[in-house]
Ligand binder design. Structure first.
Ligand SMILES: [Zn+2]
Length: 364
């Protein structure tokens, strides 16, 4: 009886042991799937060219863009032998409005195209709107690459910092890097400093990025980071906005001739300083921002149509640009003007460092 009881007890014990082992394995499996792998942002499995622009069909922002702990992206390695473009802009749509069709052309040529977005462009609304704009720019780049809108999101370690990085799964040469510096909406008439323009122009200022990597930057440390990004990415071409507007930030006004957004100017100046720290060899090209609206349209009908279609993939996700009471099938207001234009700035503009590798592109 005792032996029988002992055997039964041993059997019970081993059963409990096995159950505990199973539970541990199950927990590890769940943890690995949840936390250890980069987030695959399956925004849509449908090819971009076949997708509707109906924002209601896109997934919710709540968890889609929360990155995993820092580690290399799980996308396959990029082949950058045909060239590598590294763009710096303030907001997720500046590149679509002011650097296209050049960005599209580089992707079409199978060059690697990386873009660094300095601000969250959240207009003071924080994460939900920040994520909507990131979803928008991801959809636009998937459309440019003509692949499914599926991305791997991870934390990229560079220059001692961790940044949110989205890698296009089917075209890993396309990467979007987010600094997520807060960007409250400028008030009516503007005349105020944004965090980025304050950081650029007021000594002793610092700014903290939004989650998940709440990095704090001073002007010097941000320039150092941008230089580290240039050095690490080793581009053949750096694209940036126009740094030449000399109007003080607080005097800038909306759609006034010759005026631009303070973050466009501040971002361009910071990138210029970064390029001075790591001067090459790479070419660089600056682009006219808002003032392109004062120049005549300079794109062909085919370019205009394509640039507009790409931009509308962004718009479909921007809950302000594509609100319930707005028709989202065409750009509105100044965006309708900008999508018909792209103006490169001559490389000898004030402040841009001399670089013998730079192609001489006159203002078009
Ligand atoms: Zn902008």
């Amino acid at each position: 009886m005792a032996a029988l009881t002992r055997a039964a007890f041993m059997n019970l014990t081993s059963t409990h042991h096995a159950a505990r082992l199973c539970l541990a394995v199950l927990f590890c499996l769940i943890w690995t799937l949840t936390f250890a792998a980069p987030v695959d942002n399956a925004v849509s499995a449908v090819p971009a060219s076949q997708r509707s622009l109906d924002s209601a069909s896109l997934p919710a922002a709540s968890t889609a863009l929360l990155p995993a702990p820092p580690q290399p992206a799980a996308a396959r390695a990029a082949d950058c032998r045909r060239g590598s473009v590294l763009g710096f802009v303030a907001h997720p749509d500046d590149d679509l409005l002011f650097m296209n069709p050049d960005q599209q052309t580089a992707i079409h040529q199978r060059q690697c195209v990386r873009v660094v977005y300095l601000t969250a462009a959240d207009r003071g609304e924080g994460q939900p709107y920040l994520q909507a704009r990131e979803r928008g720019i991801m959809a636009a780049y998937a459309e440019m690459a003509e692949v499914a809108n599926r991305w791997v999101t991870d934390g990229w370690r560079v220059g001692g910092r961790t940044l949110v990085r989205h890698t296009l799964r089917a075209a890993p040469g396309v990467q979007l890097i987010m600094l997520r510096i807060p960007d409250p909406w400028l008030g009516h008439g503007w005349g105020s400093l944004t965090p980025l323009s304050q950081l650029e122009s007021v000594a002793g200022t610092d700014v903290q990025a939004y989650a998940p990597y709440q990095e704090t930057y001073t002007r010097n440390s941000l320039v150092t980071l941008l230089a580290a990004i240039i050095q690490t990415e080793n581009p053949t071409l750096v694209r940036l906005m126009d740094a030449s507007i000399e109007i003080p930030y607080t005097k800038l006004c909306w759609r006034c001739p010759g005026h631009d957004h303070p973050d466009h100017i501040a971002g361009a100046r910071l990138v210029q300083d970064a390029m001075r720290l790591v001067p090459g060899p790479y070419a660089h090209q600056a682009y006219l921002g808002y003032p392109s609206q004062e120049r005549p349209p300079n794109l062909t009908d085919v370019q205009k149509a394509r640039k507009t279609a790409i931009f509308l993939h962004y718009v479909a996700n921007d809950t302000r640009d594509c609100a319930a009471n707005i028709i989202c099938s065409r750009p509105h207001g100044p965006e309708a003007v900008w999508v018909w234009r792209q103006y490169r700035i001559a490389p000898d503009s004030p402040g841009i460092p001399a670089n013998p590798a730079s192609p001489h592109l006159a203002v078009e």
